[in-house]
Design a protein around this ligand. Structure first.
Ligand code: ZN
Length: 90
């Protein structure tokens, strides 16, 4: 495939930095309106991205960056799931 080396830059909704999407956690809102973490990065739905660090998670919570990116409210339990994911990576 010719495009395998193409970078897929996405913006973190915490710090606003553009990073390759493989370095970011993908959160999506699926067609049913459910917000979930997309580990496969392949699910359909409106996606938002976040660096795998607590600082960006905190910023995203404060600025409601995730809500804005997904255009829906994000339950506190989602943030807890993301936090758990970040801590598991460290
Ligand atoms: Zn970030």
């Amino acid at each position: 495939m010719a495009d395998t080396k193409k970078t897929h830059l996405r913006r973190c909704c915490g710090c606003g930095t553009m990073k390759d999407k493989t370095q970011l956690i993908r959160i999506i809102r699926d067609s049913g309106g459910a917000v979930l973490i997309d580990d496969s990065q392949k699910r359909n739905g409106r996606g938002a991205y976040l660096c795998s660090c607590n600082e960006c998670l905190e910023t995203a919570m404060k600025k409601r960056g995730l809500e804005r990116a997904l255009r829906c409210s994000v339950d506190g339990s989602i943030y807890e799931l993301i936090r758990g994911k970040i801590e598991a990576k460290q």
